[in-house]
Unconditional design. Structure first.
Length: 258
């Protein structure tokens, strides 16, 4: 499963651009919008409730999902491409989560570099947090956390101009979360703020406003996520919907919790 999931992500991403990615004469607004969608797609999630059950805990598994990308679709349409093939972006990776005495928890997600056809993608993200609800024996879990994701995405195109476009993004999220375990089900909600720094570089003439073919943009906004985990012995299943700077993302998880 660890090897299959990253390959599946690359395959899905290639299929999303099956009609041939076409970027041409992008405006500053275009770059800001598509940067926001890429940053939201690759931002950190463990699809995890902010709980710390027991003194110690280890969880390992995989996370995958997709992000709505209507702005990317519009940009590809305006560049004479097939925008419907770019209406969603995909994310996936191996995940691990631990919690230790003091109600501290940490997560890591990893997607090693994957290359399929003309697309290359990689992503690494980290999170650390503290469950104050568990520390003070409150009736619900109340946690605070911060995470960071670093992603790199590149794609080659031959029409209408020959170009390689690279999008590198660093996304930071600060959140407060609530959860409550009800038998085998743990619903949760998280809310906070997001900041994303993105560098875009292209080897062809695709930027309509910058002769250097490079630009850096910063996006920021709100963060809201809600979901739930179901625990069946050592097996844990999770689902999450999130709004990240106004961008909609859906994620799922299958893991083993010890």
């Amino acid at each position: 499963m660890k090897k299959l999931l990253p390959f599946a992500l690359s395959l899905l991403t290639a299929q999303a651009f099956a009609g041939g990615p076409q970027f041409q004469n992008l405006s500053k607004s275009d770059v800001e919008k598509i940067s926001k969608e890429f940053s939201a797609n690759f931002s950190h999630t463990g699809v995890s409730a902010p709980e710390t059950d027991g003194l110690w805990g280890v969880e390992v598994g995989v996370v995958a999902g997709k992000t709505a990308s209507p702005d990317l679709k519009d940009v590809v349409d305006a560049s004479s491409g097939n925008g419907s093939d770019a209406s969603s972006l995909y994310h996936a990776g191996a995940m691990a989560r631990v919690h230790i005495p003091g109600e501290i928890f940490a997560e890591i997600n990893l997607l090693p570099e994957q290359t399929l056809s003309d697309i290359s993608v990689k992503n690494t993200s980290y999170e650390i947090g503290w469950n104050a609800g568990g520390f003070f024996n409150l009736p619900i879990d109340v946690a605070i956390a911060a995470n960071m994701a670093n992603s790199a995405f590149s794609i080659k195109q031959t029409s209408p101009v020959t170009s390689t476009t690279s999008i590198d993004s660093s996304t930071r999220i600060y959140w407060i979360g609530l959860s409550k375990t009800l038998f085998i089900f743990t619903p949760y909600v998280k809310f906070g703020s997001v900041t994303a720094d993105t560098d875009l570089a292209a080897t062809g003439n695709i930027l309509g406003y910058n002769a250097s073919e490079k630009d850096s943009v910063t996006n920021s906004g709100g963060y809201l996520a809600f979901g739930g985990n179901v625990t069946l012995g050592f097996l844990k299943l999770g689902a999450e919907f999130s709004k990240i700077m106004g961008v909609s993302r859906t994620s799922g998880k299958i893991s083993f919790d010890f």
